[in-house]
Design a protein around this ligand. Structure first.
Ligand SMILES: Cc1cc2nc3c(=O)[nH]c(=O)nc-3n(C[C@H](O)[C@H](O)[C@H](O)COP(=O)(O)OP(=O)(O)OC[C@H]3O[C@@H](n4cnc5c(N)ncnc54)[C@H](O)[C@@H]3O)c2cc1C
Length: 239
């Protein structure tokens, strides 16, 4: 297997055109290659500046999870800090987590930031809807978002090898002279997300959320949402 380490977008596009498979930290793909056979060519974005940006408002796909610090919003930082073990976080990348893993702890956090995916094709780079980029497994260069006023993240305790633990991510954004609350929940392997205006008190927003898919979550999950939204609304009204 030939591993390419492009240092420019043009070089990365050439590698793509030659069929190089993207690789992040190889924490997942290595086992698949050992089982199914190695590709002729692979490409890591670790030497590509566009894939290594960290904040404000951007995060590169080649950034290793344990490098994600307070240059990004709390919700994303805490999501990264809660992935797997220290050994996994020292190696796994943003791109591998969002596009290549089934757990995708970063996805709810990125959704509440209303993040856009910056993706690479052989003839262009372009910004697109994150959920679509993930679903279609586009080659991810990074994420871009508008800074929120405040954000929060909760991941329930879980057993190794057990069902994916509940994740609740929230963020409040300034919008049209008011505020918008975005909420995303990982329930099993499914990720739900929605948003609602946030006025002075959280109750109205919570009622609006109850009328969305969140209303059919189990009571324990809805309780976590309620507590997180109430605390977050308190933080933004104090600021
Ligand atoms: C012990 C263990 C515990 C874990 N616990 C968690 C957890 O709690 N939460 C969680 O979310 N995840 C968890 N994971 C998954 C972990 O986050 C993944 O291993 C990791 O995200 C894969 O990242 P990687 O950079 O190593 O990807 P790789 O293994 O290199 O690649 C995985 C896939 O992603 C593709 N890929 C890589 N980069 C890109 C890119 N830029 N664009 C498009 N496709 C790309 C590859 O082609 C491949 O198909 C755990 C993994 C392990 C081994």
């Amino acid at each position: 297997m030939l591993l390419h380490l492009p240092t420019s977008v043009t070089e990365a596009q050439e590698c793509m055109a030659h069929g190089a498979v993207p690789v992040g930290g190889a924490t997942l793909i290595w086992a698949a290659w050992q089982r199914d056979g190695f590709p002729e060519q692979a490409m890591s974005l670790r030497n590509l500046p566009e894939a290594n940006a960290i904040g404000p408002g951007s995060l590169g796909a080649a950034v290793v999870l344990n490098r994600i610090d307070d240059r990004v919003p709390e919700v994303l930082r805490r999501a990264a800090a809660g992935v797997g073990t220290g050994a996994v976080r020292r190696t796994a990348t943003v791109g591998g987590n969002l596009v290549g893993s089934t757990l995708r702890c970063l996805l709810p956090a990125a959704l509440v930031l209303d993040a856009r995916a910056v993706t690479l094709e052989t003839d262009r780079t372009y910004e697109t809807d994150l959920a679509e980029a993930v679903a279609k497994q586009h080659l991810l260069l990074g994420l871009r978002w508008r800074e929120p006023l405040a954000s929060a993240y909760h991941k329930a305790a879980g057993d190794a090898g057990g069902p994916p633990p509940l994740v609740v991510a929230t963020a409040v954004h300034a919008e049209d002279g008011g505020r918008r609350l975005r909420v995303a929940v990982r329930d099993g392997y499914e990720v739900l997300s929605d948003s609602t205006p946030l006025d002075t008190d959280a109750e109205q927003a919570l009622h609006a959320l109850e009328r969305t898919e969140f209303g059919s979550l189990d009571p324990a999950a809805r309780d976590v949402i309620r507590r997180q939204v109430t605390a977050l609304a308190g933080r933004v009204s104090d600021s």
